[in-house]
Design a protein around this ligand. Structure first.
Ligand code: ADP
Ligand code: MG
Length: 238
């Protein structure tokens, strides 16, 4: 089970408090979208889930297990960033299998998961290509393939589509929706695109200034925004 719970979680860098009173439950298999203005703490929250930033106060659990002091590589969480850095000199197959290679899985063990991920993402015919011979959308799919290859307990996406043009964004949105249907993996997804948030989320978490302002389904936030900030962000009058 990959349900997540945050209890009174806070984060400070030195004396600067960037997150406080974060209380949130994410159900197993749920797709939660974080939105909020630049600098409100979205990326920091993701990095804390991944274990890349220590939690300053409070408790964070996955599947009931306290994660505060668990190292990133022992968390089994996959993260997809907006700059999907592929290794230019490595084939699609090797790019996708690279996390397993680092984890010292032998080639024979990597092949199955890589082929499975390639099939899921429609990349089977491209496995021998180098990244430069791929379109933008194909590259983005390889980056996602690399994330799903290890069958992680959760996915974290940090504005993964913000560098793409509008058409590709729509294509990738559909791709992520398909992945989600197929894999059912718990996902926390950061975006500043309202359409993305409204169409993809089971629930949206609206943040501002290091605080969660409201959590709800897209309809709940649209119909009953808790305050003017949420209303403004979701785009409905209050
Ligand atoms: P968002 O992703 O919502 O734009 P971030 O989580 O990146 O916001 O940043 C939240 C706040 O924390 C910002 O004020 C940022 O400057 C600060 N911050 C982020 N990382 C660090 C760091 N490593 N050291 C100091 N301050 C940081
Ligand atoms: Mg960010």
């Amino acid at each position: 089970m990959a349900d997540m719970t945050f209890r009174d979680v806070g984060k400070s860098f030195g004396r600067t408090e960037v997150l406080r009173d974060v209380n949130l439950d994410v159900a197993d298999g749920e797709f939660v979208v974080l939105v909020g203005p630049s600098g409100c703490g979205k990326s920091t929250l993701l990095r804390m889930i991944a274990g890349l930033e220590p939690i300053s106060t409070g408790e964070f659990r996955i599947g009931g297990q306290l994660m505060n002091d668990v190292r990133p590589r022992d968390r089994d969480i996959a993260m997809v960033f907006q700059s999907y850095a592929l290794y230019p000199h490595m084939s699609v197959e090797r790019n996708m299998g690279f996390p397993m290679e680092i984890a010292k899985a032998p080639k024979a063990e990597r092949e199955g998961p890589v082929r499975g991920a390639a099939e899921t993402l429609g990349l089977t015919k491209l496995l021998d290509r180098l990244p430069r011979a791929l379109s933008g959308g194909q590259r983005q799919r390889v980056a996602m393939g690399r994330a799903i290859v290890r069958d992680p307990v959760a996915f974290l996406f940090d504005e993964p589509l913000s560098n793409l043009d509008a058409a590709l964004r729509v294509e990738m949105r559909l791709e992520i929706a398909r992945l989600r249907k197929r894999l059912g993996t718990t996902t926390v997804y950061v975006t500043h695109d309202q359409v993305e948030a409204m169409t993809m989320a089971d629930r949206i978490v609206v943040m501002e200034g290091g605080l969660i302002q409201q959590v709800g389904t897209p309809m709940e936030l649209y119909d009953r925004p808790a305050n003017a900030f949420v209303a403004g962000f979701i785009g409905s009058p209050k």
